[in-house]
Design a protein around this ligand. Structure first.
Ligand code: ZN
Length: 782
């Protein structure tokens, strides 16, 4: 040892002399290790115990296993929360959620003054790029701050495949300059829905989650292969982590977010140092993913404060890092349902979960967390609880104000497509007290709520409504059920119910913008203009970028005679969404002072010129402006019928008829569409209803005659059709069907006369001519 050090000293002296002689302080540069590049790979929803290096038999994860063999593996690493955005913000800031203030996936943005690793690296001259797999990590959350290049170019599905993410990252890697770089790659694949591509699907039949994990490992392999061929494995540190795990049914939890058991908080954490120094190092001491931030900064030789010990402090040679309490939290159900938040603490082998019913587990003997020791070890539980509270309070002393997220409807829709539920932030204090509903007592109900949301997101709104009615039976104040059923009632035109459900949500204190917006629409359609306007104003005030709320507000202002205010509101909306068709149409109306009739006239003109799509678009505009106008639904039905969508046409006529129940023309079109769809009984009843309103109409008689024929009643048909054979546009058809009836009843001569009359009356381009001619020819044959 001594002689080694002496040799090194001698060498350094010699080198320094050379450097000074050359006018360069080469020795000083030599004594500071070079800055490393860093590649951070986060694999969403990856449980530690599904990785080979952590002992999993399946799936196979050869790439992660290799990185672990060549680097450091942290056996007991913990997510700070089982939620994607706040967990990633912890990795990039080194703070627990109460410290960085982003508590859930929506509702918060990264505070601009929060010290953030990508920004600190930028100051240190790093070139940086980020490539995320899902919209939950979109740039507008603030997670992009400091990155030179942030790629969140993700379509309406809200996610993209690992291969696409990696390919884009590789393209960036190839074109970057020579600087040290920081690359963050986020692979979303193991998240629900589990839909692995081949061959990973077939490799894990019946376990698509395993297939997704194996696929993510393969994607990491693509990235590693490129780093290797570019000769970067000696220069770059590679950190692999997960933001949280997945319940997979353990403790009743299917996915993640609601609970804090090992299934969702225990995550893989692997650090491969440049040149694979310290291979095969396994660290048993529990650590938090907050330690990733200082590790990256250590690799970049950037100093920091207010962060935990770096993961490098666990390397042999340095004094062993003192054990620090590892804390996790979830406020997910607090935000969504006003159920209790949860906090957890891992110290040594013990794990405490602070819930309304406290939990304590000894993970050494009970890794599945099945034997709750909280009561039998009450004193230990109390002591750990004090440690937990101290840690939480300490973490919250950041002084950063939470930043409420702006949310536009498009983002909400893309988040919903991933199964994320918009709740609107309800938390006010950094450490929300535990109390109220304990998720472990309601986990079955929560799983049903998740099912309902999934049905709703996949378009099965009626089945979702069934699920939520069941939820409400069991839990009459359930906010998500009330919210969903309120929105559904509005869709169905059940305005009283829509008001009642949405009012109950607001009474609970949850002022989500979509609830306010829906309530305002329901009030408006019920003629309660003042209430409608007040709700719309509150919605816009709370969420100025929520486009539907702004549109509702403008619409209500216009319809209540406040044209100027409506115009101002529309200008603000169009500044946010310049192509918003309904807003443009409404602006036209407000300026031109024209009624919805103008749009309908235009739609009719377009339809007559054969432009059915154009006509449909006009009708959509008119529907958005006034969904209670029966004429609009009627015209919509006519267009749909012409376009061949009889089912949609029937629904449109039904809606029109509900809004104008005594309009014989609408009723007749509804009856005809039922007839088209083969619903003879219902069609007959509707045709008779038309005649009860207006007995002089001949169309329903003709249709009823045709129905008689279809039901093999030619005599009844003859009786009905005889009076319709002249003096109206339907006469060629009436004569033709009279011919059919006569032929069926054996009166061949009469049939011939009727077909001839049909031909004589029908104009040259009448579609019945061909058929009538064919019938006559057939009758002439012997
Ligand atoms: Zn996640």
């Amino acid at each position: 040892m001594v002689s080694n050090r002496r040799r090194r000293l001698a060498l350094a002296t010699a080198l320094a002399l050379v450097a000074i002689a050359g006018g360069i302080l080469w020795g000083i540069f030599r004594s500071t290790p070079p800055k490393s590049s860093v590649v951070l790979i986060t694999i969403d929803t990856l449980r530690a115990d599904r990785v080979g290096a952590y002992g999993a038999a399946s799936p196979e994860t050869p790439v992660l296993d290799r990185l672990a063999r060549e680097g450091m593996l942290f056996e007991a690493a913990y997510a700070t929360t089982p939620l994607t955005l706040p967990s990633h913000v912890s990795m990039l800031s080194g703070r627990l959620p109460p410290g960085h203030t982003v508590r859930t996936n929506d509702g918060y943005e990264v505070p601009p003054e929060l010290p953030f690793v990508p920004e600190m690296l930028k100051v240190a001259g790093y070139e940086s790029g980020a490539f995320v797999g899902a919209v939950v990590l979109r740039a507008s959350t603030g997670v992009s701050r400091g990155f030179g290049h942030f790629d969140d170019d993700i379509g309406p599905a809200g996610e993209r495949s690992g291969e696409e993410v990696v390919q884009r990252a590789l393209a960036w890697l190839r074109q970057r300059d020579e600087n040290p770089f920081f690359l963050w790659v986020h692979l979303y694949d193991p998240h629900l829905d589990y839909d692995p591509p081949e061959p990973f699907r077939s490799r894990y039949p019946g376990d698509p989650y395993a297939g997704e994990v194996a696929y993510a490992d393969y994607c990491v392999g693509l990235l590693i292969a490129e780093l290797e061929s570019a000769g970067l494995m000696d220069e770059a540190a590679i950190i692999v982590a997960a933001d949280h795990g997945e319940g997979l049914g353990e403790h009743g939890e299917r996915s993640h977010g609601a609970m804090l058991y090992e299934s969702v908080t225990h995550v893989p954490l692997i650090v491969r140092l440049p040149g694979a120094s310290h291979p095969g190092t396994r660290i048993r001491q529990p650590v938090s993913i907050t330690a990733i931030a200082p590790t990256i900064l250590d690799m970049a030789r950037v100093s920091y404060s207010g962060m935990p010990d770096s993961l490098l402090s666990h390397l042999g040679g340095s004094p062993p890092a003192p054990e620090t309490p590892v804390v996790s939290e979830t406020l997910y159900l607090k935000q969504l349902l006003d159920w209790s938040p949860l906090y957890s603490l891992r110290v040594g082998n013990l794990k405490l979960i602070e819930a309304p019913r406290m939990e304590l587990y000894d993970l050494a003997t009970d890794p599945g967390e099945t034997v709750n020791l909280a009561e039998s070890h009450a004193e230990q539980t109390r002591a750990l609880l004090r440690v937990l509270h101290d840690s939480l309070e300490e973490s919250a002393v950041s002084g950063f104000e939470p930043v409420k997220a702006r949310q536009d409807a498009e983002t909400a829709q893309r988040l919903a497509a991933l199964g994320y539920i918009s709740g609107g932030a309800r938390t006010s204090s950094p450490v929300e007290p535990v109390g109220g509903v304990d998720i472990k007592d309601r986990i079955a109900l929560w799983v049903r709520i998740e099912e309902g949301l999934e049905l709703s997101n996949s378009g099965s709104r009626a089945r979702a409504a069934e699920v939520f009615r069941g939820v409400l039976d069991e839990d009459p104040e359930n906010l998500l059920a009330l919210k969903f059923l309120g929105a559904k009632a509005l869709e169905d035109g059940d305005l009283q119910k829509a008001v009642s459900f949405n009012e109950r949500v607001l009474e609970s204190g949850l002022h989500a913008v979509d609830v306010l917006s829906n309530l305002s629409l329901a009030y408006h359609r019920l003629g309660r203009s003042a209430d409608a306007l007040a709700c719309a104003e509150l919605a816009v005030e709370r969420s100025p970028e929520h486009i539907p709320a702004r549109f509702n507000k403008a619409l209500i202002q216009w319809e209540t005679g406040r044209g100027q205010e409506a115009l101002a509101e529309l200008e603000e909306l169009l500044a946010l969404a310049p192509a918003h068709a309904e807003a443009l149409a409404l602006k036209e109306l407000v300026i031109g002072g024209r009624a919805g009739t103008a749009i309908l006239d235009r739609a009719q003109e377009l339809a007559q010129s054969g432009n059915l799509d154009g006509a449909r678009r006009e009708v959509e505009k008119a529907l958005a402006l006034d969904p209670s106008d029966p004429r609009v639904h009627d015209l919509s039905g006519i267009l749909l019928a012409q376009m061949g969508d009889q089912r949609a046409a029937r629904r449109a006529f039904e809606r029109a008829s509900e809004l104008a129940p005594r309009d014989p023309e609408i009723l007749e079109r509804l009856a005809a569409s039922l007839h088209q769809l083969g619903e003879r009984q219902a069609a007959r009843a509707k045709f008779e209803e038309v005649l009860a309103i207006d007995a002089g109409r001949r169309g329903p008689h003709l249709s009823l005659g045709i129905l008689d024929l279809e039901e093999n009643q030619p005599d009844r048909a003859i009786e009905r059709l005889q009076g319709l054979t002249g003096g109206w546009p339907g006469a060629p058809l009436a004569n033709f069907y009279l011919g059919e009836a006569r032929r069926m009843s054996g009166d061949i001569e009469g049939a011939r006369r009727s077909y001839q009359a049909s031909l004589a009356l029908a104009p040259a381009d009448h579609p019945i001519r061909e058929e009538a001619g064919r019938r006559l020819a057939a009758l002439r044959r012997p």
